[in-house]
Write a protein that binds this ligand. Structure first.
Ligand code: WTA
Length: 639
């Protein structure tokens, strides 16, 4: 482990941690005072394990907290500085954003969207995405945003699961200089779904689109809509959004977040982590299709009246200097990105960042995957010029907001490259063994939360039982995160990746089961097994092992077709880096695929001590399976 870097922003508030450790419920009760409530809650936490309800009977509204509160103080403050890949720019103040959100909220109402209804949003990274989410929040509709890299089949599954009444999309979006035809994807995704009543289409790429009878042009409805819309006074536990994420089963889970608790968590953590100031220019590179975008592009920064850069497209387009060019031109002070992006930037060398003026930066952040210490040091040295603290924030779609991170907004503590540092005030994380016992320092175990926290998911959409099974059955009284971790003697957490069958491809969460069922849905495939292996830039990459149906002969053409198939049914993010046709999959006697074996073969590891690879299997069987797979891989490489 690395030597410590003590670099902070000079803040030294010890009281907050002290208050939190004395009584976490009272602590969050006090934090909740920072939010605007139409009616105050009468109970801070109702804990019917595993269901938490925070700020019971309190009434609030997410869009009011994100827009009205700031607009009343300083409506002229810039909220969003948007830039498209092609260089187009837009700028919106808090007042403009509020007016726009109200118009869209009124449009939603006029087409029959009611409190509690679901609205699926499939838009590129443009202000209208933020606006559509906040318009839902204003009237108590539940937004469900789908990442624009998902395919029509994936969207269809999610739209069916949430039974969305309205879909918001655009004609197209821009990526790497090309137009992604979003409306076309939606046409396929919702065809024949009777419960979908309207498809609202924003014209962004200005490309021709088909016009079905449910389709409405955004401009036709929104431009003339009234600019005032009273925010619904919503119960603290009213659902704010569903965000689908991958787990260990083939079907994605609809993580359901509430309003009051979620907002309190996001508001406080945003302040502690980023120490946001009036003058800051904040840039989070996450796509809003993922939870980071929900919490730390939309709700967190807006609740603090921050000015932020929003960018549509690839950060290395048209040249790899694009990201540093953005920092220089917008004088970005806080940059929050992912280890995958950093590894990519790092590959282009120091010359590019060194050729730009990055002196505006004062704080750097990372999220989504473990960051390699050497990448951390590069970020610190080359980008931060050794003067910016790095916040490595650990959290999940389910946790709603950050749980573990350094918090320069409160304290200056030594940073250790590669460690997300300590848990946040009011949060109770620890590392336990298989039986749930606390582990001593430096021992690898499972990361769990021992107490509820305000940003915690309410449940899984329409499936309380699954919620209990996934998160609360391994340990009855603790939330199971699915991650391996080590806590060192200073109480710093070192994340060791997922303990379950969830992959992190370029920071994006994907279940092996989801990809496997995608492959099996192809007419030629009998069985599929997928694993992740370490990748220099993406962190992990996908390797697929497929067994074909009787009588089907493997060919290069079929392999290409299978790759195209997975891109179509799951999305381009599920594209495997390697694909092998095998005669059978190695399985344990109980019929489980030997994943660790696959991983070790695909990573080109030596067989080593195979008995440790798969518990309880005869060494010979594992060895034979290993050798057989190796033969296939070698043959493929030669071909
Ligand atoms: C991983 C993303 C190491 C972890 C916000 C977790 C991290 C999963 C970190 C959740 C980090 C997230 N260091 N690993 N700082 N942040 N992870 O739901 O495995 O897309 O369980 O949420 O990402 O991914 P999700």
């Amino acid at each position: 482990m690395d030597t410590a870097y003590t670099i902070g922003l000079g803040n030294n508030d010890t009281l907050t941690r002290k208050r939190a450790s004395q009584d976490y419920i009272k602590f969050w009760d006090e934090e909740a005072n920072n939010l605007h409530w139409f009616e105050r809650w009468n109970k801070t936490l109702e804990w019917n394990q595993p269901f938490a309800r925070w700020f019971v009977n309190g009434k609030t509204n997410a869009s009011y907290n994100a827009l009205d509160v700031v607009s009343q103080k300083n409506g002229k403050k810039t909220a969003i500085l948007w830039e498209g890949e092609d260089g187009k720019t837009r700028s919106l103040t808090y007042q403009e954003l509020l007016d726009y959100v109200c118009r869209v909220a009124n449009v939603f109402k006029s087409i029959g969207v009611e409190k509690g209804d679901r609205v699926t949003i499939y838009l590129p990274m443009i202000p209208e995405l933020v606006i559509s989410m906040l318009a839902c929040a204003r009237i108590g509709a539940i937004h469900t945003v789908i990442f624009s890299g998902f395919s029509s089949q994936s969207i269809r599954d999610r739209v069916i699961d949430s039974r969305s009444k309205v879909i918001v999309t655009a004609d197209g979006g821009f990526r790497r200089g090309e137009i992604v035809k979003l409306k076309q994807v939606i046409d396929e995704a919702v065809s024949g779904l009777d419960f979908v009543e309207h498809v609202l289409v924003y014209e962004h790429a200005k490309i021709p689109v088909s016009k079905g009878e449910k389709d409405k042009r955004w401009a036709d409805l929104v431009n003339g809509a009234p600019e005032h819309c009273e925010p619904e006074k919503l119960d603290s536990a009213h659902p704010l959004y569903i965000l689908y994420t991958s787990g260990t089963t083939g079907k994605p889970k609809g993580v359901l977040h509430g309003t009051g608790g979620y907002l309190v968590h996001i508001r406080s953590t945003f302040k502690w982590i980023f120490d946001i100031k009036e003058s800051d220019i904040y840039f989070c590179t996450a796509d809003i299709g993922w939870v980071t975008g929900h919490s730390y592009v939309v709700y967190g920064p807006l609740m603090h009246g921050a000015t932020q850069v929003m960018y549509e497209g690839t950060l290395v387009f048209p040249t790899p200097a694009r990201i540093w060019d953005l920092v220089e031109r917008y004088k970005i002070t806080i940059l929050y990105t992912t280890p995958t992006a950093l590894r990519m930037f790092m590959k282009y060398g120091d010359l590019l960042p060194n050729s730009k003026d990055l002196s505006s930066l004062r704080l750097l952040g990372t999220v989504g995957e473990p960051i390699n210490p050497e990448v951390w040091r590069w970020y610190f040295r080359v980008i931060g010029k050794e003067k910016c603290p790095i916040v490595d924030t650990w959290w999940q779609t389910e946790t709603g907001g950050t749980m573990i991170s350094s918090i320069p907004g409160l304290e200056t503590v030594p940073l250790k490259p590669g460690s997300a540092t300590r848990q946040l005030p009011g949060i109770s994380m620890t590392v336990v063994d298989e039986d749930g016992n606390d582990l001593p320092p430096e021992k690898k175990g499972y990361l769990v939360a021992k107490a509820p926290w305000p940003g915690m998911l309410l449940s899984l959409w329409g499936d309380d039982e699954k919620y209990k099974t996934v998160y609360w059955s391994k340990y009855k009284t603790m939330y199971y995160s699915g991650d391996y971790a080590i806590m060192d003697k200073d109480g710093y957490f070192w994340m060791l990746g997922r303990a379950d069958d969830v992959l992190k491809i370029a920071g994006h969460r994907l279940g092996t089961a989801e990809i496997e069922s995608g492959f099996v849905s192809h007419k030629s495939v009998a069985e599929a097994a997928v694993c992740g292996i370490p990748h220099e830039v993406k962190g992990e990459s996908i390797v697929a092992f497929l067994v074909l149906k009787e009588g089907i002969v493997s060919s290069e053409q079929l392999e290409d077709e299978l790759v195209q198939h997975i891109r179509k049914v799951v999305g381009p993010i599920a594209t495997p880096d390697q694909l092998y046709i095998v005669s059978k999959l190695p399985k344990t006697r109980s019929g489980k695929i030997m994943r660790r074996l696959l991983k070790s073969v695909a990573s080109n590891e030596k067989i080593g001590d195979v008995s440790t690879l798969e518990d309880g299997e005869a060494v010979d069987e594992v060895r034979n399976a290993f050798n057989e797979l190796h033969r296939v891989i070698r043959k493929n490489k030669i071909r």
